[in-house]
Design a protein around this ligand. Structure first.
Ligand SMILES: [Fe+2]
Length: 199
């Protein structure tokens, strides 16, 4: 398998883990307990920059080369670049409801739930589409030379300094989100145990 597709799949697995954390915190909100809003904010910060800085550019190059090699195959995959642009809008809506809650704005519970759920669902659907359509189509259609062109184009678009710093920053933020979630869950477990013994 192309190294770049391996890397994209790996990045999807990492993103999927953050979406699981988001889903879990949303389930806490849905049962009318307090979710960890700092985790929501950290996830938003991650999605605000990471996909555009490190993930989408690679997929966009794969898609562009696929379109050149075989427009019909690329057409069947759908417009990957347009979907990437839409992701930003859904993220902005989700970020807005989180900000509203934290600013004590009056907000129907359903509005919060819908914005978070919408972001979550579209992210998952979009990644599934890439995994089930774009990546297999690229692997099947592209030639060795195409992959070399893709690698060269991705390498040329990178600023090594920026790339190194950005990667490190997101690695840290990613680890922080998972650690916070673990701690929050431990605190919830302790609080539940304390409530049970005081009953
Ligand atoms: Fe992706």
């Amino acid at each position: 398998m192309s190294r770049i597709i391996e890397l994209l799949n790996e990045e999807h697995r990492n993103i999927a883990r953050l979406l699981d954390v988001l889903e879990h915190e949303l389930s806490v909100f849905d049962r009318r307990e307090r979710p960890d809003y700092e985790i929501f904010q950290a996830i938003i910060e991650y999605f605000r920059e990471y996909p555009e800085a490190c993930h989408h550019p690679k997929e966009d190059v794969v898609y562009q080369i696929l379109k050149q090699r075989n427009p019909a195959v690329a057409g069947a995959v759908g417009d990957v670049e347009a979907e990437h642009a839409l992701e930003g809008e859904r993220l902005a809506q989700f970020a807005k409801v989180v900000d509203d809650v934290l600013a004590d704005q009056e907000l129907p519970r359903q509005t919060f739930h819908a914005a978070a759920q919408d972001f979550l669902e579209h992210q998952r659907r979009h990644m599934a589409k890439e995994e089930q359509l774009l990546f297999p189509a690229a692997l099947e259609t592209l030639t060795k030379d195409d992959w070399a062109t893709i690698d060269a184009r991705i390498a040329a678009s990178k600023d090594p300094m920026f790339d190194g710093d950005t990667q490190a920053k997101f690695k840290t933020l990613y680890a922080t989100i998972l650690r916070w979630e673990e701690q929050t869950e431990e605190d919830r477990g302790r609080a539940a145990a304390a409530a049970a013994t005081s009953r």
